[in-house]
Design a protein around this ligand. Structure first.
Ligand code: PLP
Length: 427
């Protein structure tokens, strides 16, 4: 124990911060056990999908050029479809990020004259330009797709009356964002999402429902595709990539929706048949295999952060005790200085670029300056220990990731240490 204290001390963590951390963890044992149980369930789910689809070394072979008959790629899509319990899946390194995956899903399934509905308030920042809420070249709005939005009620619940009134003959697709993104609303449970999907389909049975599943994968034992979503969409440099996928996105859903996505991603007539894997299959398979336990470690880190910061007077969303449906932890630090100190700590705890100092900058796709702390093996990967947030009130830092619980813990302790060093908090 004293050796560990000395080691932490040599890295800059004071005995007082360490002791406060230990005292916090002592109270979290039962919750951590429950998370391990969910990880065990999801590990078995992924494993059985890999066994059922006879994953073999042949699946790891690199393909180049057109990528016709890419057995490894096609089989990975079957594994994803089995884990998400969907008819089909599109899992590709050619999908460059989560925003791209969502753009493909939306633009493939919405035609001119159709209307898109968000019944859960304003979508994630980058989606606003995709939809055309903020004017942008090539937005859905430019292609004649209308957009309607129903905000959440004050208590964060769904405005069912408003949603009923908003659904009309043009409503083609309903988009539901599971995670809070850069908002301070609650993240929805899969059960809540299921209730919302059932409600929308009771009003219009043929309406399509897409769930932005970013940061939600493997936090629960069920996914939105288990409760009626036609498409679930996410990024491979978040949860399902397990920290190993160097790029990529996925869309799991009905055969009809997913094949349209494939035609949009490549070209009409080509669809899922093209798209070489460029040697990325080992990391996509192995990352997916590791994802349930990586997500569990990240979730423990999020809970630890809330329980560390909340007693010090910082509002945390989710709060220290409520149930979790994604791996994001928002901590309202109340000032730009607080955000910078917190992010400095996360950066200083990174295995890569630990000597860098994060500063606010104008990031493409975002309206406000954004600060990001990330010292990741995969650039921009936010399943790795990272923190970011737009510089605007309430000056919330969104903390997520950690490939191991031990690393997440160290990073959060370091963030607190930097806050203490800057005189922003006393313990
Ligand atoms: C990260 C995220 C996205 C966009 O993903 P990128 O990979 O950053 O493009 C979309 N929606 C939500 C809720 C996210 O968290």
């Amino acid at each position: 124990m004293t050796e560990l204290l000395e080691l932490y001390g040599s890295m800059g963590i004071s005995p007082a911060v360490y002791a406060y951390g230990e005292q916090t963890i002592e109270k979290l044992k039962e919750r951590f056990e429950a998370i391990d149980k969910i990880a065990e369930h999801n590990q078995a789910k992924v494993l059985s999908a890999m066994q059922k689809n006879k994953v073999s070394a042949a699946c790891f072979a690199a393909t180049t050029g057109y990528g016709y008959d890419d057995m490894g790629r096609d089989n990975l899509e079957k594994v994803y479809a089995d884990v998400f319990h969907t008819q089909a899946a599109l899992v590709r390194p050619q999908i460059t990020c989560g925003t791209h995956a969502l753009t493909v899903a939306l633009s493939a399934n919405l035609l001119p004259g159709d209307e898109l509905l968000s019944p859960v308030g304003l979508p994630y920042d980058t989606l606003q330009e995709v939809i055309g809420i903020r004017k942008s070249p090539c937005s859905l709005a430019e292609y004649g797709v209308a957009y309607r939005q129903v905000d959440l009620l004050k208590d964060g619940s769904f405005d069912y009356a408003g949603i009923r009134a908003a659904i009309n003959e043009k409503t083609k697709l309903v988009t539901i964002q599971r995670s809070k993104g850069y908002a301070t609303r609650p993240t929805f449970s899969v059960k809540q999402i299921g209730e919302l999907i059932a409600f929308c389909k009771s009003i219009k049975p043929d309406v399509l429902v897409m769930v932005d599943n970013c940061y939600g994968e493997f936090v629960e034992t069920i996914e939105p595709s288990d409760v009626g979503a036609d498409m679930v969409v996410g990024s491979l440099i978040k949860n399902p990539g397990g920290g190993l996928a160097p790029i990529g996105g996925y869309i799991c859903g009905t055969e009809e929706c997913v094949s349209r996505c494939a035609y949009r991603l490549s070209a009409p007539g080509l669809g899922q048949e093209v798209g070489a894997n460029l040697g990325l299959m080992p990391s996509l398979y192995q990352g997916f295999f590791l994802a349930p336990t990586v997500v569990a470690g990240a979730e423990k880190g999020a809970i630890f952060a809330a329980n560390l910061y909340e007693p010090l007077g910082f509002k945390c969303v989710p709060n220290a005790t409520e149930s979790r449906h994604d791996i994001i932890q928002a901590v309202e630090l109340g000032s730009e200085e607080g955000m910078i100190a917190f992010c400095k700590g996360i950066q200083a705890a990174a295995p890569v670029d630990s000597y860098a100092t994060p500063m606010p900058w104008d990031m493409p796709g975002y309206n406000d300056k954004v600060i990001m702390a990330a010292g990741a093996f995969v650039q921009g990967s936010s399943i790795e220990l990272s923190a970011d947030g737009p510089i605007r009130p309430p000056y919330a830092v969104y903390f997520q990731g950690g490939l191991t619980w031990q690393h997440a813990k160290l990073g959060i302790l370091m963030s607190l240490q930097k806050m203490v060093d800057a005189g922003l908090v006393k313990i």
